[in-house]
Design a protein around this ligand. Structure first.
Ligand SMILES: Nc1ncnc2c1ncn2[C@@H]1O[C@H](COP(=O)(O)OP(=O)(O)OP(=O)(O)O)[C@@H](O)[C@H]1O
Ligand SMILES: [Mg+2]
Length: 256
């Protein structure tokens, strides 16, 4: 699966990370790492600290303690939020930040231009950007919708467009927080396939609640609980881990 990198290259390394809110530890000495080119799922019950982890990696929240290293050397905790985007950390929020009055193509064009740091007149897209946008449209399955106003897209299509807008910025690591929330089963499956395809180009970290989705598309899963890494491994490993069963289903399921 990993075509362009060796598995030993670490794209993201988190050590002993602690984030406190008024004395409550949302992250409590968390250690976490993922290899370049990986599609990693992070799961865990409500309040486990999943979104907080993404907030720290994107520079939105500063921790009380710990270290976060991106791409082998960048000290994330000392890098301003906007620079982290430029360095290749892309994040998808649950509510898509697309421009409803622009077409799908124009949205992608705007995102590509944002990356170049150039304010340009629509319709003057460079040949390179045009090729990149065409390729992205194909990947996100919106080729036939390129000239439709983004505001009229279906919920799933909007989510894919936002993923496309991140992709044209060519991230090294893409972070997605519950990307299939509110999607139909068919949209979820297409999203899973899309994430697997994206993982051929960049590393992908997916926070997800949907267990069926996780079972269908995950390879390695990290389980967070109370701000710590509870367990990590294949879908089967984490599903059969008694600690995971306990935090998800409660003790009663374990007792005679
Ligand atoms: N800005 C904040 N101020 C105070 N408490 C916060 C803040 N952000 C998060 N928390 C608390 O930290 C804990 C972890 O929150 P977080 O959003 O990271 O959990 P999560 O794993 O993403 O949960 P969910 O599955 O519900 O999205 C929660 O108890 C939450 O209430
Ligand atoms: Mg969350």
């Amino acid at each position: 699966m990993q075509t362009n990198t060796t598995p030993t290259e670490i794209i993201l390394s988190v050590q002993n990370l602690t984030v406190s809110f008024d004395g409550f530890k949302a992250l409590d000495g968390l250690d976490f790492a993922m290899a370049d080119g990986e599609l990693r799922f992070v799961i865990g019950p409500n309040g486990a600290g999943k979104t907080t982890l993404l907030d720290v990696v994107t520079g939105k929240t500063r921790p009380q303690q710990g270290a976060v290293t991106f791409n082998g050397g960048l000290n994330v905790l000392r890098t301003p939020e906007h620079q982290l985007v430029q360095k290749g950390i892309g994040r998808k929020f649950q509510t898509p930040t697309i421009f409803g009055s622009l077409t799908v193509f124009e949205n992608l064009e705007a995102a590509a231009g944002f990356n170049d740091g150039i304010v340009r007149v629509f319709g003057r897209v460079s040949a390179d950007d045009r090729a990149k946008i065409e390729q992205t449209l194909e990947l996100i399955g919106l080729h036939g919708r390129a000239h439709v106003r983004a505001g009229i897209l279906a919920h799933g299509e909007k989510q894919w467009l936002e993923i496309g807008m991140l992709l044209v910025q060519e991230p090294r690591l893409l972070l997605l927080d519950e990307p299939v929330a509110g999607m139909t089963r068919q949209e979820r499956n297409r999203t899973g396939e899309l994430l697997q395809a994206i993982a051929q180009r960049c590393s992908v970290l997916v926070v997800e609640h949907d267990m069926e989705f996780m079972r269908s598309f995950a390879t390695t899963v990290s389980v967070l609980h109370m701000g710590k890494l509870l367990c990590q491994g294949s879908v089967q490993t984490v599903q059969n881990d008694p600690r995971v069963i306990e935090v998800y289903l409660g003790r009663s399921h374990q007792q005679h």
